[in-house]
Design a protein around this ligand. Structure first.
Ligand code: FAD
Length: 333
């Protein structure tokens, strides 16, 4: 039986390991388009500010895949899925058939239409490759503009401040607009960040960016012009669904799955940040972001691909640490 897994993040790796744990004879092919062995994405900020060394960011290696009997295809991208032929197609047009398929392609921060024309001036911040390039840039950069919401934005701000960078945070609303259920903060999060030396501009947004005198000049809706060495901006976190185009898998924002992580197409499963799953509390579908969710979903998907019957238990919160203080975010309300 051949199990093919698209996406070598924690969801894909966990599924691959789970399948081999319960069926040593299964053929498992794991495909990842990044050029590195899978690493701990949640440590990227600590890697950026040098508190985590290169070797500690990786939790896999060539030996890891050899020991587990997983065929890892590194730096290869899947462009198409044909559910009728039960096969996938790589970017280089090779076709590989599957008995069971898992889509674990994750997601990433994306720009809305208003910022897309300025994409070349904006530093992306999701992959190890992004952070390696950023580390070079930060050697000579002092002023950073950050615009965006969510936990990884707060994480980035923490990392930049710990490197002594001046951080200007441009945010659309006066208060954080993602649901937090528990924090140790006495004050609001913006006030807390201001006390950590972050300059915060609220009720505003970036409308244009130009390159001038070796810096970037950022123009805002409220007619401010701010010069910076690095600009980070994103509007939305979106599942990576390119390889599902042309395939009849049902989707909303993400791939729709049931509690056993089955998609609408037989023998195709999905797990991690690319899926939308029914939440009985809100009686609707929702994307459950986060490392623990993706890990658990990878395990559940792997077991179900082997014919077991295991249900994913929805986790309500994602634990997070900001400048040493814990907070828990809730992804639905
Ligand atoms: C800076 C930062 C800090 C974070 N901190 C935390 C934290 O403190 N706590 C927490 O719970 N979560 C945190 N997260 C989020 C967490 O890392 C993600 O939720 C988790 O990595 C999702 O795992 P995944 O396997 O679903 O997807 P991903 O990790 O995104 O992996 C999917 C992989 O699939 C690849 N891929 C996509 N399409 C294709 C294709 N067509 N062919 C081949 N490969 C493809 C992608 O390049 C990627 O490598 C953080 C994220 C970031 C960026």
């Amino acid at each position: 039986m051949r199990h093919v897994i698209i996406g070598a993040g924690i969801a894909g790796v966990t599924a691959a390991v789970t399948i081999k744990k319960y069926d040593k004879d299964a053929e498992v092919v794991l495909i990842g388009d990044e050029r590195f062995f899978p690493y701990k994405r949640y440590l990227l900020t600590d890697f950026m500010n040098n508190s985590v060394k290169d070797e500690n960011i990786f939790y896999t290696s060539e030996e890891f895949f050899a020991e587990h009997g997983i065929r890892f295809r590194k730096g290869e991208r899947v462009k198409q899925i044909s559910s009728q032929r039960k096969a996938i197609k790589f970017h280089h047009n090779e076709v590989l058939s599957y008995d069971k398929l898992l889509i674990a392609t994750g997601g990433r921060p994306t720009l809305g239409p208003s910022l897309q024309p300025f994409q070349r001036y904006i530093q992306s911040y999701y992959t190890l490759q992004d952070v390696l390039l950023l580390k070079e840039r930060l050697q000579t950069a002092d002023v950073c503009i950050v615009s965006g919401e969510g936990l990884s934005t707060l994480d980035l701000i923490r990392g930049l401040r710990s490197l002594g960078k001046k951080v200007i945070y441009i945010v659309k609303e006066a208060e954080v607009n993602f649901p937090l259920i528990k924090t140790e903060f006495k004050e609001g999060i913006h006030e807390f960040l201001a006390n950590k030396g972050v300059e915060i501009i609220v009720n505003d947004k970036i409308v244009a960016i130009e390159e001038k005198e070796a810096q970037f000049h950022v123009h805002t809706l409220n007619k401010l012009t701010i010069a910076a060495d690095v600009v980070f901006a994103w509007e939305k976190y979106q599942p990576n669904l390119n390889c599902t185009r042309g395939c009849n898998i049902e989707k909303k924002e993400g791939i729709l799955v049931d509690q056993r992580l089955r998609t609408s197409v037989e023998d195709i499963y999905a797990a991690g940040d690319c899926v939308e799953i029914y939440h009985p509390g809100i009686k609707d579908y929702w994307i459950n972001f986060g490392w623990p969710n993706a890990t658990q979903q990878g395990e559940v998907a792997g077991k179900n691909m082997l014919g077991m019957s295991v249900e994913y238990e929805i986790k309500e919160t994602i634990p997070f640490n900001l400048f040493g203080k814990p907070l828990k975010a809730r992804w639905w309300e």
